[in-house]
Design a protein around this ligand. Structure first.
Ligand code: ZN
Length: 142
């Protein structure tokens, strides 16, 4: 069905005050499941392509470089480096990368640090972990 109405005047924008009765289920997939299982143990897993040796964080099920299926997981090094920072309200978020791993993680920066600083992950106490991203509380400077 073609779009018959086009908004050309923002003062005519409308909204809907009702709730949409939609539910959804989001599955983590195999690599996402392995990732959160690692967090519950206090580990950060990356996936490693056995064909080209590229490592991915967050873990991927297929290699984006050679399209090989990935079924190998490795722990990331204990220490990462802040590649980027941003602030939202009073919270600072950092993008942390690890040596020889493609990608990284965005999470809370729990103590002051700068871009280029070495950081380590801070996990929730073992009894409080639930197998979610919240098991990783954030990163702290080393
Ligand atoms: Zn590959």
């Amino acid at each position: 069905m073609p779009l018959r109405e086009r908004l050309t005047d923002v003062s005519r924008a409308r909204h809907w005050d009702q709730e949409l009765p939609l539910t959804y289920a989001y599955t983590l997939g195999k690599s996402g499941q392995k990732f959160v299982e690692g967090l519950k143990k206090g580990l950060i897993y990356a996936s490693e392509c056995t064909n080209c040796s590229t490592r991915f964080l967050p873990p991927k099920a297929y290699c984006t470089k050679c399209f090989h299926r990935i079924e190998k997981y490795v722990e990331v090094p204990k220490e990462g480096k802040i590649a980027g920072l941003t602030h939202s309200g009073k919270q600072t978020y950092c993008y942390v990368t690890f040596p020889r791993i493609k990608g990284g993680l965005v999470h809370r920066l729990l103590k002051e640090a700068n871009i280029g600083s070495n950081v380590i992950p801070a996990f929730a106490p073992p009894k409080e972990r639930k197998g979610t991203i919240a098991d990783l509380m954030g990163f702290v400077p080393k």
